[in-house]
Design a protein around this ligand. Sequence first.
Ligand SMILES: [Zn+2]
Length: 614
Amino acid sequence: MQKEVGFRRNVYLIMLTILGLAVLIQVARSQLVLQFKHNDEHLKERAAIMARAAAPDSQAAGVMTDELFCLAYLGDDPPSVELKENTARTLSYLKRQVQEVDLNTDVIDYKACTAVLLATGELDALESGAGLEEFVHHGGAAFLMTTPVIGDRFHQMYRKLGIIEFEYPVLSKGVRLLSNVLIAEKGLEVGEEIVSNVSNPVELDAESTKLIESEDGIPLMWKRQYGAGNFIVYNGDKLHLKNSRGLVVGGVSMMQPDFLYPIFNSKIFYIDDFPSPIAKGIHPAIYQQYGMELPTFFQDIWWPDMLKAARLYNVKYTAAVIQSYNDEVNPPFRDPVDQEWHQLVSYGREVVKSGGEIAIHGYNHQSLQTNKAIADYLGYQIWNSQEDMEESIKEVNRYIKTAFPNFTPMSYVPPSNVLGREDGREALKKAWPEMSVIASLYDTDYEGRAYVQEFELSKDGIIEMPRVTSGYFETPYTRWLEANTITSVGVFSHFLHPDDLLDHARGRDQTWEKLYQDFSDYLERLHRTYPWMRDITSTEAGFDMVNVLQTKVSVTKEPQRIKGVVDQYKQPLYYVLRTERKIAVQENCTVQKIDENVYLVTVTGSTFSIGLGG
Ligand SMILES: [Zn+2]
């Protein structure tokens, strides 16, 4: 009897275990199915975007308010033109209307301007008299965007800018943020190797609010009330840089009360060259520490660690597949000997199951371009024709389909961030009609090799969505670029390569344990600084970005509230609101404090209103 009961109990236990396993397998599979269903929806959404991109009024959503930003510059002065260009581009993300005024030939029409941005330090180029000062005194806002030149007009107005004493320009070293001009980064210090400015050593009066100073104590950016309006002064010469756009937006959003601007709100993380044929053999340090060859190390140590970090700190990976590391540029390309199909399947499944996305990096790592100097620099072959490039792209798509028949890749990451604009890009479009997003580089490439992008929908319907930073750990420069990009457009977009850890510079010759600690610290700090950012994969972020760019919104200010109307509301839209007032009743939106006087506004309906009290 006793024996039989024990036997029965065992049978039940075994049955329960089997049932449990079956449920687990179903859950895992349904997550995959869910992701692939998502992919179907994306394909439909892509068709809609293509149709809208072709429509004649596709640029109509570019302006959100009736404010006019008058942007004055000197057309015969290249630094001034560069600053004007960077500012105009930055303001276009804020959906503000800009009127450019070349002070060589024109004067500012103050009556028409809501705010004046001065993209030159040559104050003597302004109209004679005191038009600018009067404009501010009567409630206008003016942003002096570069170190003022000490001349007649400066002598006439410096006290109104809050300056008591001044000296002739010097090189100021580094920056120290005394305010949250960059969101959530009050206190950030960046050294002179990253930022140095030509600045006037000045002393400010008590009514001026210092926003930034150099590490050697020179005021670099401040706000000064004058009459009913405000001056913002940037006492440096670096706002023409893409990496300083956050300061431009910070200044613009601080010079007027209650400033609302759209952001994309996306935290995107790419793993380039993954899945790919991982180098076989032994790496001395890895072997010494783990007693493993490289493929085993990446499978048993590296990947579980990466998944753990993603879970803990809210990251979703977009993994960019490479089929082969051969340097073949002549077809046929079919089934290269080094491809690792089983790894594509097993890593690919886990990427998707963890909420990530599979993207394409290439058939091989030979950038799709035909410039010999660039190919020589990278040690690559050049392609003989666009048709050959097309064949290679067809092959990697075919290869991915053999592993994931129900999935269509939609994002592309160019190898080495290099892509021929005339040939490579065209080859991709032709061979891979579902390609929706190209994710290359945001920051300026002074060598002119990289495929550098803005966040935009190109006329042919391809979503240009650049990556901003890279690597397993943060550096002072990536921190600076990150903060400026998040404050200006609300995007964190980052990439790394699995084998960066084997690289002398990118891995710093550290053990994986130490490097992984740095990586975890980095993601943890990011999550702590911007807990509100949405972790999202490439194609999803691309479509959401297009929604922000294409949705026509009109925002008006009333004494007690900000009101908005969204044309053809589809999905939540995100805004940053900077205000010193209290947030009162909200309609069709939520307002979440993300820093002192800074809020994330999530708009959830076709009309919305943010009440402002106090
Ligand atoms: Zn790569």
